[in-house]
Design a protein. Structure first.
Length: 172
């Protein structure tokens, strides 16, 4: 099985964490872009929501989508900066069971070469059961840059979470 084939097996959720989108009705360009790119990969986007920057609300949504809606992948966008209401990483930390800190460290390192502001993003990633949860920034350009950097890693990680044997064992 090639990594690309895993996308067609994925039940995904996109969660936009943004006071501006939720309360002021600003367009959710980042969330919509993530929905479109996941669908273009062949994934079924079964959950989508815009929530305010409220930790308990984000936690409740992530738990529902991972545990009850059976999402394989949840991509959040927004709430990862240094603003006083940016709490997406804290909410995600309350939900994940196994941290995958290197994912976002890698994304920041790769995108930070052309835009040092990437290093201000505090997003995290990790697994809850069979579900991979990844925090993307809120800016649509940053989301696109992160996606292109992380896509190969997500393919491999999702295949592992789905139980696919990717590398044959060597004879002993």
């Amino acid at each position: 099985m090639g990594y690309e084939a895993v996308w067609s097996e994925i039940r995904a959720g996109v969660l936009t964490c943004s006071d501006s989108c939720f309360y002021r009705g600003l367009p959710d360009d980042s969330g919509q872009w993530l929905r479109a790119v996941l669908a273009a990969q062949g994934s079924l986007v079964i959950c989508y929501a815009v929530v305010p920057d409220e930790e308990d609300r984000i936690v409740a949504t992530l738990l529902d989508w991972a545990d009850r809606q059976s999402c394989d992948l949840i991509l959040t966008t927004g709430g990862t900066g240094l603003g006083p209401r940016d709490v997406t990483p804290e909410a995600t930390a309350r939900v994940i069971q196994r941290v995958a800190s290197s994912l976002l460290e890698y994304a920041r390192g790769q995108t930070g070469q052309s835009n040092p502001l990437a290093y201000l993003s505090r997003g995290i990633a990790g697994a809850r059961g069979h579900c991979l949860i990844v925090n993307f920034p809120g800016n649509v350009k940053a989301v696109q840059e992160y996606w292109h950097v992380l896509k190969p890693l997500l393919e491999h990680g999702l295949a592992l979470l789905k139980g696919h044997r990717l590398h044959p064992r060597s004879p002993t």
